[in-house]
Design a protein around this ligand. Structure first.
Ligand SMILES: [Zn+2]
Length: 153
């Protein structure tokens, strides 16, 4: 099994069997931010601390990305012949913070505004060193794996 490496350090706890999304919190006004940042857009303060945003979020809205995104910045597979559509959603987390995320669900029938989803990691691509690069994604609570792609051969 290839070594899994995060697409970017500091977005989620890693390595971890139960990854937690990391954000920052303004120590002046309490505003939460994702990804973590040093300056608060709400009060213009520059005193923030990294906090865990938790493992679950409430689906606020979603769509299906059914064609390859522009690359860069998208780092996953953009080959139209093998591209697999994936869900994209906004999850409401701590303090009403909305986090944009890839979803492991890609079927409209499986997605419903207001449902609770859980952080997991999703493989994106294999880098030049043979590492499997993973990003965070939200999927069913309890870790049920998406069947997307399983029947495509
Ligand atoms: Zn602030």
């Amino acid at each position: 099994m290839p070594t899994q490496v995060p697409i970017k350090e500091g977005l989620f706890t890693w390595p971890s069997d139960e990854p937690v999304l990391l954000g920052s919190r303004c120590t002046d006004c309490g505003n939460h931010m994702f990804p973590p940042q040093g300056d608060c857009p709400k009060c213009s303060g520059s005193s923030t601390e990294v906090v865990e945003l938790g493992r679950t979020g409430t689906l606020w809205t979603w769509t299906i990305q059914d064609f390859p995104p522009k690359s860069p910045p998208y780092a996953g597979n953009v080959d139209p012949d093998t591209y697999e559509p994936f869900g994209v959603g906004y999850l409401e987390m701590a303090d009403k913070l909305l986090v944009e995320s890839r979803l492991t669900l890609a079927e409209p029938d499986d997605l419903e505004i207001g449902m609770e989803l859980e952080v997991t990691v999703d493989p994106l691509y294999v880098d030049d060193d043979g590492n499997e690069v993973v990003t965070f994604a939200f999927g069913p609570v309890g870790g049920a794996k998406s069947e997307a792609g399983a029947s495509h051969d």
